[in-house]
Design a protein around this ligand. Structure first.
Ligand SMILES: [Zn+2]
Length: 340
């Protein structure tokens, strides 16, 4: 028997290393999920792997495609959310891939696309906040750093879909060269690879540290935050400085957009309190120096995404829901104009 109203939503979070899926029912309860490695042998293989992951998830949930209301996808790159094309996703080696149309044709349901961090922002805003807020930012700190900004419940993409690319705010004009061309971008100072690299340079120079016991070439930001948790002086120095830079970026966002609530996530943020503490400490210091900062930023309102929360998948679900809602709005606009 066919459902009269297809109500299930499928969210797909496509990452450079893993593809994660989540199906929720009409009440928003999860019914199936899957996590598989990303096939990066070729752009076509990556796309084919995503389609297979979708089919496996539907099989696991015992659902037919026609029971889906919509599909939402988060992609690590620049996407055209109107055409459904992935313009550029460097980590997936995707250039001009018609992802939305391919998935939509395969399943026979609407498919909506968003940049992964903007998608996560929408998901955290929609599913994690205790109360609605007028303005919200989600900042992801991982291999890169970027943000999703939401005003009055709507994702702000900007004129070129680049709103929130705060990883390229240049904070140190004589800092390390960034792939974007500038020096001292936030990403080159406080993203995961930057933190690991700062530790490697200090260790190579002979700085005493717990980290000397580890293979220097394999060091990760997680190792540095773990050493900071054990009060290692070098690690604390690095994580404190990274926290200062992130606090500066939060300050700039707060000044530019008067953000009410900020949530931090991403791979580096998985260090939890060790990651958050230096950021809050710097924000509190800035607030102590400046009544303007104090009036704009409450350090305790800068939070971490809940531990273990699949922000990417829930974000993709939120993208599908927002896409469906926007389509319904568009469909009603011409009728209103005809009345006039
Ligand atoms: Zn840059």
């Amino acid at each position: 028997m066919r459902d009269s109203q297809p109500s299930f939503i499928l969210g797909v979070d496509i990452g450079g290393t893993k593809v994660a899926t989540l199906v929720v029912d009409g009440a928003g309860a999860p019914v199936a999920s899957l996590l598989v490695p990303t096939d990066r042998t070729s752009p076509e293989a990556t796309l084919s792997g995503v389609l297979t992951a979708i089919e496996q998830t539907l099989a696991q949930a015992n659902l037919r495609p026609d029971q889906l209301h919509a599909v939402g996808m988060g992609v690590p790159g620049r996407v055209n959310s109107v055409s459904g094309e992935v313009d550029l996703a460097v980590n997936l080696n995707w250039h001009g891939i018609a992802l939305g149309a391919t998935v939509s044709e395969r399943l026979g349901v609407p498919c909506f696309l968003e940049n992964d961090v903007r998608a996560a922002a929408l998901g955290v805003y929609r599913f994690c906040l205790e109360r609605p807020v007028a303005s919200f930012a989600y900042i992801s700190v991982g291999t890169g750093i970027s943000a999703g900004i939401i005003f009055e419940g709507h994702l702000h993409r900007g004129a070129r879909g680049m709103a929130g690319e705060i990883g390229h705010i240049s904070l140190e004009r004589s800092g390390p060269r960034c792939p974007c061309g500038l020096r001292g971008c936030l990403e080159t100072l406080a993203a995961g690879p930057a933190i690991a690299s700062q530790a490697q340079i200090a260790l190579a120079a002979g700085r005493p540290s717990l980290l000397q016991q580890l293979d220097h070439q394999q060091l990760t930001a997680a190792d540095v935050y773990a050493a900071a948790a054990a009060n290692d002086a070098l690690a604390c120095e690095i994580t404190t400085q990274a926290g200062r830079y992130i606090a500066q970026a939060i300050h700039q966002i707060a000044l530019t957009c008067d953000i009410e609530h900020i949530v931090l996530g991403g791979g580096v943020a998985q260090a939890r309190d060790e990651f958050l503490r230096p950021i809050r400490r710097e924000l509190a210091q800035m607030a102590a120096e400046s009544p303007l900062v104090e009036s704009l930023i409450d350090p305790s309102a800068v939070r971490l995404v809940p531990a273990g929360y699949a922000a990417g998948c829930w974000g993709a679900v939120a993208v599908a829901e927002a896409g469906v809602a926007a389509t319904l709005t568009l469909e009603t606009v011409p009728q209103q104009e005809e009345v006039r």
